[in-house]
Design a protein around this ligand. Structure first.
Ligand code: ADP
Ligand code: MG
Length: 401
């Protein structure tokens, strides 16, 4: 049988060298600085961010690196080892709907910084990344955050120095992705990339944007990430439609967000029952049940993490996946198989992570068993004729720097 394919994280030095070399080969001279930002996996709390909910991501050791130099004029010139040729634009011409392609994520960051009142000139940037693309591990936020933290440093904005400033940078990245790259994103990814802390999970409250940090040291376990490599063509329209359904349900319930509905109820079960009684559409009822129970599970998972109860944590991961599969309908066979096989192979819990429709799954597995679990997933995929998956492991790593 084919052995599992592992995606190792680069060291900071490796990443720095790669982007410095790419910079020199593409633009004249040397960069003024190199920066990097992590991808993320969300441990639990999926499709909750745009509902004012809770999420519990960790930053990955896998990072996107950028070598950066400011220009005197307003031109932006970009190259990526994962892109095609040099992407160019003039910052004066960047506006919603005006630019396309991967460079829009970066031009968008500069545009959003300008919108926030900062004086941002043009720049040259060379990018390389070991975060897999489109795998639900947030290569897009890693890309945005690497530039945001780089511009912050080179322009002396001082936003990277504390969590309030990093929160402002995360908001800039969200605007870049939503308004310039034209991709819907709820804010969890950018928060994880900019506000995580080394060794900690980020407990993110999307209602007020506040965070707390919880040590993520799963004793006797390790976190296995399975990049299903499933094509996720339906992603865009489906994400927007889930969001629209939630917004409409909140409006029908007379609350600003579904989180408000949950917090106004004595417990999650009665919040679900009361919502279901008032909503007349079965699809909306199920979508709302996912969101309300998922926010509750995230709270419980945070408590289990604090208590070091990884068995309870795993059970909540399993329940999260089932809710996403049955009620929210954002899984695909590749995700369900990965999760099922990981559980059979001994995982304490497993679930899809990220938006769904492909992307990645995570499994909390007993220490030292990642290889065996990965091999079982590879075999199950081969048997079903799925594309070969890829794997990585990570501890909770540090934020953009
Ligand atoms: P995810 O964030 O889950 O990886 P997205 O669809 O949100 O998936 O973002 C992927 C897109 O982000 C890519 O199609 C590309 O446009 C852009 N991107 C991410 N990383 C890079 C990179 N290193 N170089 C060029 N473009 C990138
Ligand atoms: Mg993304």
């Amino acid at each position: 049988a084919t052995p599992p394919s592992w995606l190792p994280a680069w060291t900071l030095e490796q990443g720095r060298e790669l982007v410095t070399t790419l910079f020199g080969a593409t633009f004249d001279g040397a960069p003024a600085g190199t920066f990097s930002a992590p991808g993320r996996v969300n441990l639990i709390g999926e499709h909750t961010d745009y509902n004012g909910g809770l999420a519990l991501p960790i930053a990955l050791e896998h990072r996107t690196h950028v070598a950066l130099r400011l220009r005197e004029d307003s031109r932006v010139r970009l190259v990526s080892a994962q892109g095609d040729g040099v992407w160019e634009a003039d910052l004066e011409a960047v506006a919603p709907g005006a630019v396309t392609g991967w460079g829009a994520y970066l031009a968008g960051v500069a545009w959003a910084l300008r919108q926030a009142g900062h004086d941002v000139p043009g720049f040259e940037a060379a990018v390389d990344s070991c975060v897999p693309f489109g795998a639900g591990l947030s290569s897009s936020a890693a890309l945005e955050a690497s530039l945001a933290i780089g511009l912050d440093a080179l322009l002396d904005l001082g936003l990277g120095a504390d969590d309030a400033g990093r929160s402002a940078l995360a908001a800039v990245c969200v605007r870049a992705e939503n308004e310039i790259a034209g991709a819907a994103t709820g804010g969890m990814d950018q928060a994880a990339s900019l506000r995580a802390r080394d060794g900690y999970a980020l407990a993110l409250d999307c209602l007020d944007g506040s965070v707390s940090h919880e040590p993520f040291v799963p004793a006797g376990c390790e976190l296995l990430v399975i990049d299903t490599r499933a094509p996720h063509s339906l992603n865009d329209g489906q994400y927007a439609s889930r969001r629209a359904t939630c917004d409409a349900a909140a409006a029908a319930l007379g609350v600003p967000t579904l989180r408000h509905w949950l917090d106004a109820a004595p417990d999650a079960a009665s919040a679900v029952a009361d919502a279901q009684a008032r909503l007349d559409d079965d699809v909306a009822r199920r979508r709302v049940r996912h969101v309300l129970t998922e926010i509750d599970r995230t709270r419980l998972a945070h408590e289990a993490m604090r208590a070091g109860d990884w068995s309870a944590f795993g059970t909540l991961m399993d329940a999260s996946h089932e809710s996403l599969r049955v009620d929210y309908e954002v899984t695909v066979p590749e995700l369900d198989v990965a999760v099922g096989v990981a559980r059979e192979a001994g995982a304490l819990g497993a679930r899809m992570t990220g938006g769904g429709f492909g992307g990645s799954a995570i499994a909390l597995v007993p220490g030292g068993t990642s290889d065996a679990v990965a091999a079982a997933v590879v075999a199950a995929y081969a048997e079903r004729g799925f594309a070969a998956p890829a794997f990585l492991t990570s501890r909770a790593a540090g934020p953009a720097a």
